[in-house]
Design a protein around this ligand. Structure first.
Ligand code: GDP
Length: 507
């Protein structure tokens, strides 16, 4: 009998406290023993390649990982998402592999742009969200204002589960609204050390609590699991108010692995045969080796080491002899894994983001989107004899989801597309260090890209024939229309109603 799974991610705007909260969750879950280990390990890892130097210089994390811990008989898989907005596409894809999310909001700032974007992805897939309003040990905005903002901006019912008794200098603790018990700050650091009491509240806070309970929807587990309501916890990751409650909330309310959208039919975690999909591919940190790790979310069946899985649609069965399960301390070789678990599969580039792997050959998971790039650049090769290496490099990085690549129908200037500026730096740096190709990025005559399709192939042909100078193929050979502006996309779309212009493409 396997233990229940909770596979989740933390979404937030940079600086809201995701790293701090991650660390505390792992600590409460017993996966690490000293606060500070997550960052310290990250720093060690960072020294390894030039790519990592970019992280170091900019002080951000572009790698993502999976951390597994157990508590009260439940296995938690926490999928870390790169927090920087430049890596949003990678982050988005990770969200396709979770069953729920914790949204961290800075109490002084409220909903920030990145939080909102990530939330929209969760909504697209009906991923339920638990909200954590962080940093109540500091001056923040009034809790009512924050709750109303969440409700308005995200169009969700909000249900406060606890209440901050003051913030900043006035912070006296957090009251659990169900039990009326107050967790108190202690000592000079004003950290939570376990003291809980039911002392009466001053009039002001008694009134606030009364208003909070009267003014918002009571918690409803079904509404939460449908993505219509978010329970809200106030706390401080830094001072240990909240992490334990969040774990309990995930255990009690967050959904176990759900059926996954697939063709010809959704796949239920109870289905006997092993199926899964690749949501991320990461190059080995060692630039001498071209090995890659494909991160697969297991959707059904019991995976056993050595099992043969077939990538749907391309390739022969591959035997997975050295699967990797990710624990916070270290990677461990997995012998068995269950629906909801993430497995790292070492390979030499055969596996791509979006691939379905299964024991049966006829299933294909859907809904792993490619996003329209927001920045396009032309790649200018400094040494023309390196064309082959450049193509390989661009294909490899497209496969990892670092960049997208477009091969124009006319001319030989390949175009790459990214969601954020940092990816451009990563691209140039990796071209030089890993592929020994010197290249420069030049402005492209285009600003955005759309995948085009039509129900009737003749309509698509008529469109592409007349717009050949703006047509390209993505790395899988799909037709892409390159436009000078979003306005042009709208203009052209009006003139060709039979053609669909998609800003995302499902693989
Ligand atoms: P991330 O960018 O979302 O991963 O944010 P971090 O976890 O790195 O936190 C950003 C900054 O906020 C750091 O200086 C943290 O020490 C600080 N921080 C995080 N949580 C809290 C909190 O609960 N209270 C206070 N006062 N500071 C916090």
């Amino acid at each position: 009998m396997t233990s229940p799974r909770r596979t989740f991610a933390i979404i937030s705007h940079p600086d809201a406290g995701k790293t701090t909260l991650t660390e505390k969750l792992l600590y409460v879950g017993g996966a690490i023993h000293l606060a500070g280990e997550v960052k310290a390990r990250g720093a060690n890892r960072r020294a390894r390649s030039d790519w990592m130097k970019i992280e170091q210089q900019r002080g951000i994390s572009v790698t993502s990982s999976v951390m597994t811990f157990e508590r009260d008989g439940i296995t938690f898989n926490l999928l870390d998402t790169p927090g920087h907005e430049d890596f949003s596409e990678d982050t988005y894809r990770t969200l396709t592999a979770v069953d729920s999310a914790v949204m961290v909001i800075d109490a002084a700032k409220g909903i920030e742009p990145q939080t909102r974007k990530l939330f929209e992805v969760c909504r697209l897939r009906s991923v339920p969200i638990i909200t954590f309003v962080n940093k109540v040990d500091r001056e923040g905005r009034p809790p009512f204002e924050l709750l109303d903002e969440i409700a308005d901006v995200l169009a969700l019912d909000v249900s406060p589960m606890n209440w901050p008794i003051g913030m900043g200098g006035e912070f006296e603790g957090v009251m659990d609204l169900a039990t009326r018990r107050i967790s108190r700050p202690e000592g000079d650091s004003r950290t939570f050390q376990g003291t809980v009491d039911e002392a009466p509240l001053s009039d002001r806070f008694a009134e606030e609590v009364e208003l909070a309970e009267a003014g918002y929807a009571p918690f409803d587990g079904d509404a939460y699991r449908h993505g219509d309501l978010t329970p809200v916890y106030f706390g401080s990751a830094l001072k240990d108010f909240g992490p334990a409650e969040l774990i309990s909330a995930l255990a009690a309310h967050a959904p176990p692995p759900r059926p996954q959208p697939a063709e010809p039919a959704p796949v239920s975690p109870d289905d006997g045969e092993v199926t899964g999909f690749v949501f991320k591919v990461q190059a080995n940190m060692d630039p001498q080796h071209r090995d890659r790790i494909a991160f697969m979310r297991l959707c059904s069946g019991t995976f056993k080491r050595g099992m043969k899985l077939t990538p749907t649609g391309h390739g022969k069965p591959i035997a997975v002899h050295s699967p990797i399960l990710f624990f916070a301390q270290d990677r461990e070789i997995a012998d068995e894994a269950f629906p909801g678990d993430i497995i790292g599969i070492p390979n030499h580039g055969t596996l791509r983001v979006g691939d379905t792997l299964s024991e049966r050959a006829d299933v294909r998971f859907t809904g792993l989107p490619n996003f329209a790039p927001e920045i396009l650049r032309r790649v200018a090769l400094k040494d023309p004899t390196k064309t082959k290496q450049l193509r390989k490099a661009l294909d490899d990085m497209a496969e990892e989801g670092v960049t997208q690549v477009f091969y124009p129908e006319i001319g030989s200037n390949w175009i790459i597309g990214v969601v954020g500026q940092l990816q451009l730096d990563v691209l140039i740096s990796r071209l030089e260090t890993e592929y020994k190709v010197a290249a420069a990025l030049e402005p492209a005559p285009f600003d955005t890209a759309r995948w085009v399709s039509a129900a009737n192939p003749a309509d698509l042909k008529a469109f592409t024939d007349l717009n050949r100078a703006a047509m390209a193929k993505d790395r899988d050979g799909n037709p892409v229309f390159l436009a000078k502006s979003a306005w042009e996309v709208g203009y052209v779309a009006d003139r060709y109603p039979a053609v669909t212009f998609a800003a995302t493409r499902e693989r």
